[in-house]
Design a protein around this ligand. Structure first.
Ligand SMILES: CC(C)(COP(=O)(O)OP(=O)(O)OC[C@H]1O[C@@H](n2cnc3c(N)ncnc32)[C@H](O)[C@@H]1OP(=O)(O)O)[C@@H](O)C(=O)NCCC(=O)NCCS
Length: 327
């Protein structure tokens, strides 16, 4: 959702509401700021055009003269769906214009918007090596709350290990009568609905500070139809009528690194090696498709998935840090 905001400024920048046509600029900007984490413009356009119905997002483009140089946004779950009023705020600039003063001005402008919207606590994320942004956040009273751990798996160096693990998992799943397949091959007419329910159950158990709210089926299907996902690459586990879990990699269309989009298991099915089996299928498929690496990220306190990533051979990258401040 965008709104008209005549006269909004952030330091020497003029802020105007962003439109879907600015999605490519946003992906280009974030890629320029951090070339090692390229962002896919096609994915951005999809997500900007298909917002979650239970969240409120305002995005702005920062202009200097007539030139687009910055992006800023504030977002929150619609208050009707959450008891805790967290407002996510942030912004960034093209490297040539990226000064601490402008980063702070963008943040301050988004805090104002978020506070006016009713936020009680601000939340913002930054890479742990982004000294400029961390400095601004700390100066404005933000404190570290939690970390997201980022990983990369070298599919060339780990090929044999992964193929061996996949083989062992296939045997185990056969022995337990659990089918592991891609969703396009599943004949159950209720499969998407079941996958939504399983995902909702699992999402509730991802460690988080900002509460996860139950998503709608409609929003779930927008996610499953994202450009990076393919029905013949969404791996599910099934036993009889029950869909037990899912793991899926997202394949950027234009730019970026293949990465885990989501892995989640029904509570009743955990601890049986099913997530391991599903993740192994996703990465052996990526190897077969010719990719040399995949990435993933997870909360730094999520013990089972940290363990699985380690045994699969993922190597840590830098963390992202979530910081909070009183609104
Ligand atoms: C994370 C999750 C997908 C794992 O599913 P699962 O099918 O139970 O996983 P598996 O049985 O394949 O493997 C879990 C591994 O973690 C280990 N493990 C479980 N709890 C652990 C803990 N507290 N500390 C360390 N290791 C742990 C298990 O021993 C197992 O390892 P092993 O195969 O070497 O014995 C599941 O817990 C889940 O859906 N969680 C909620 C959603 C989520 O957090 N998704 C992932 C990140 S976004």
């Amino acid at each position: 959702m965008t709104t008209e905001t005549p006269g909004l400024r952030a330091g020497d920048l003029i802020l105007r509401s962003a439109t879907v046509d600015d999605a490519r600029f946003a992906a280009d900007l974030y890629t320029a700021v951090r070339p090692e984490d390229p962002q896919d413009p096609v994915e951005y356009a999809h997500f900007w055009a298909n917002p979650d119905t239970r969240s409120v997002t305002e995005r702005f483009i920062g202009e200097l003269g007539a030139e687009r140089v910055a992006i800023a946004q504030q977002r929150h779950t619609s208050w009707a769906h959450t008891p805790e009023r967290f407002g996510s705020v942030g912004g960034d600039l093209l490297p040539a214009f990226r000064t601490p003063e402008r980063l702070e001005a963008l943040l301050a402008a988004m805090e104002d918007r978020s506070r006016a919207d009713g936020a009680v606590t601000f939340t913002s994320w930054t890479w742990e090596d982004d000294a400029a942004k961390l400095g601004v956040l700390e100066r404005r009273g933000y404190k570290e709350e939690r970390r997201e751990r980022f990983w990369e798996l070298d599919l060339v160096a780990n090929r044999e290990r992964l193929e061996r693990m996949a083989g062992e998992s296939r045997q185990k799943m056969r022995d337990e009568g659990i089918a592991v397949l891609t969703i396009d091959r599943d004949a159950d007419p209720e499969k998407w609905h079941k996958l939504w329910r399983v995902s909702e159950e699992a999402i509730q158990d991802v460690p988080t500070t900002v509460p996860n709210v139950e998503g709608t089926f409609e929003d779930f299907m927008k996610w499953m139809r994202a450009p990076g996902l393919h029905e013949d690459r969404i791996w599910i586990a099934r036993q009889g009528d029950d869909l037990l879990g899912v793991s899926v990699l997202s394949y950027p269309r234009e730019r970026g690194v293949v990465q885990t989009d989501w892995t989640g298991m029904a509570r009743a099915a955990r601890g049986k090696g099913i997530a391991r089996a599903l993740k192994c299928e996703t990465v052996t498929q990526a190897i077969a498709l010719g990719f040399d690496k995949v990435r993933t990220d997870n909360d730094s306190t999520n013990a089972p998935i940290l363990h699985l990533n380690e045994v699969m051979g993922y190597r840590r990258r830098l963390d992202m840090i979530q910081l909070l401040a009183k609104a």
